[in-house]
Design a protein around this ligand. Sequence first.
Ligand SMILES: N[C@H](CCC[C@H](N)C(=O)O)C(=O)O
Length: 321
Amino acid sequence: MNTHAVPVEKYHGTGNDFLVVDAAAEDVGDRAAFARAHCDRETGVDGGDFGAALPRDGDADRDASGGRRGADGVLFLSVDERFDPTRVVMTLVQPDGSTATMCGNGARVVARWAHDRTGDREFMIDTQAGTRRATVTADATAAAIEMGVPTFDPRRVPVARDGALADEPLIDEAVEGLTVTAVNTGVPHAVAFVDGGRDDPDGIDGVDLDAVAPPVRHADIFPEGANVNLAAVVDDGAGDGPAVLDQRTFERGVEGETRSCGTGAVAVVAVARRLGLIDGDDAVSRPPGGELEITVPDSGHATLTGPVAHEFSGTLPADPR
Ligand SMILES: N[C@H](CCC[C@H](N)C(=O)O)C(=O)O
């Protein structure tokens, strides 16, 4: 049995929280088992064990400031400073043991982790969805990442349907009780717009996401599954300033709602643009864990910008059994 202790760092981006392991220095063996055990929200890693200042119940910023037991995934990272900009190879193993091809908030955390090690502020991050450029602000409290070009191409989301519809994107159609649009922003997303933002009791927070999302997440039309987003237009961006959208995401791999999802934020804005619900390339998305700035231009790659924070450093057993 592998009993050695693995150094870990915990970070979060708008409440989407990750353990980080230096994969060049550490071999945890069974990555899926490591992620399943330490990410568990009831029995997983507790920052209090490592002296982290945990927010108390009732703190206004409890969710945004992290401090929860467990995590939304483990980032296994290898940094290579021989390249300019410095390269980081990123693999995200999720709480169910699966590997995600891309993660927007995770990639922002990667940039901050690599900055904390190297002092650099610009990186190339190798993900399974492609290589993405990332930057960290001078005070290191925020990070931005290129997110590739969102695609509605049914073969690339992927969306599976037969005959005449096989080449048609899935736009604003009923799937298992929600009206969704399917887009890939590094991973597959289904986006459903609802009336009323977070300040409306009958709006987005009035929906039982844990009940309505799983049938869509597992629908046959999504052969690889999908992350399921609810969104509400709070400001359509027609006046001064960017559009503002409230967002909630049920994530594949977490199999539950997260405090924030970066690929989901880009998906929400890409779909809002496609459906003509907002004006302009720039938008602000407001998941429960904070605020993200998103750009989805008519052509070229999207960008995602927002806060990142370090929670604690510790060690965890490589083999949690
Ligand atoms: N939270 C991540 C998304 C992880 C994607 C994953 N849940 C999947 O598609 O399996 C983000 O910020 O983009």
